[in-house]
Design a protein around this ligand. Structure first.
Ligand code: IMP
Length: 194
């Protein structure tokens, strides 16, 4: 029996871990931060998604020595010059509901509602560094719709659909999301490289 290669996903988000392990699980043992004994608050102080993802992956590689990948994502709104972007989680300083309120308020009266979710995954494996990006385009609604998902899901309708991410449900979202696209590229790369 061949041993599966160990690789760390620099997250403790069980949902993300499960999603990624489902794609990579045949060839890789995907370990969370908790599983390698890392409970540090890893710094995320760069000024881009790629910078933050790299910073997290580098932290793990340096301190724990594992091959590693990390992700960073957020929502970029056209009429707000790409805001909230890397500040998506802390846009209002008050959590998801307050973040959506602030965003809807800042778009009041604007007819340009285009936006995108973007994920960048940074992979450090052996001596290599690779970046993978996933984008899903869509529009920001006038008001919240739906109960599913998290973050900005209730106010984002992906192109080609009429329902928000919160209404579409996990099965559809996990097929078309920014994160799914980036993870797919990562998986393709790792599976071809192994
Ligand atoms: P993270 O880097 O994946 O933790 O995402 C940072 C922030 O971006 C989250 O706290 C959310 O506010 C927002 N975000 C990222 N992905 C999604 C998504 O799929 N739906 C809704 N909000 C998201």
């Amino acid at each position: 029996m061949t041993m599966k290669k160990k690789i760390v996903f620099a997250t403790n988000n069980a949902h993300k871990l499960e999603e990624v392990a489902a794609i990579l699980g045949d060839s890789f043992e995907v370990l969370s931060l908790r599983e390698i004994g890392c409970d540090a608050d890893i710094p995320e102080t760069a000024d881009s998604f790629a910078g933050n993802a790299l910073q997290k992956a580098q932290y793990v590689k340096e301190h724990y020595g594992y091959d590693c990948f990390a992700d960073d994502s957020g929502l970029e709104v056209d009429a707000l010059d790409g805001a909230p972007g890397i500040y998506s989680a802390r846009y209002s300083g008050g959590g998801s509901e307050a973040n959506m309120d602030k965003l809807l308020h800042n778009l009041t009266g604007k007819s340009e509602r285009g936006a995108q979710f973007r994920t960048v995954i940074a992979l450090l494996i052996g001596e290599e560094t690779q970046l993978f990006e996933g984008i899903v385009r869509g529009v920001i609604t006038e008001a919240r719709r739906g109960e599913g998902g998290f973050g900005y899901d209730p106010i984002f309708v992906p192109d080609g659909y009429e329902l928000t991410f919160a209404e579409l449900g996990a099965e559809v979202k996990n097929r078309i999301s920014h994160r799914a696209k980036a993870v797919e590229l990562l998986a393709q790369y790792l599976n071809e490289r192994k």
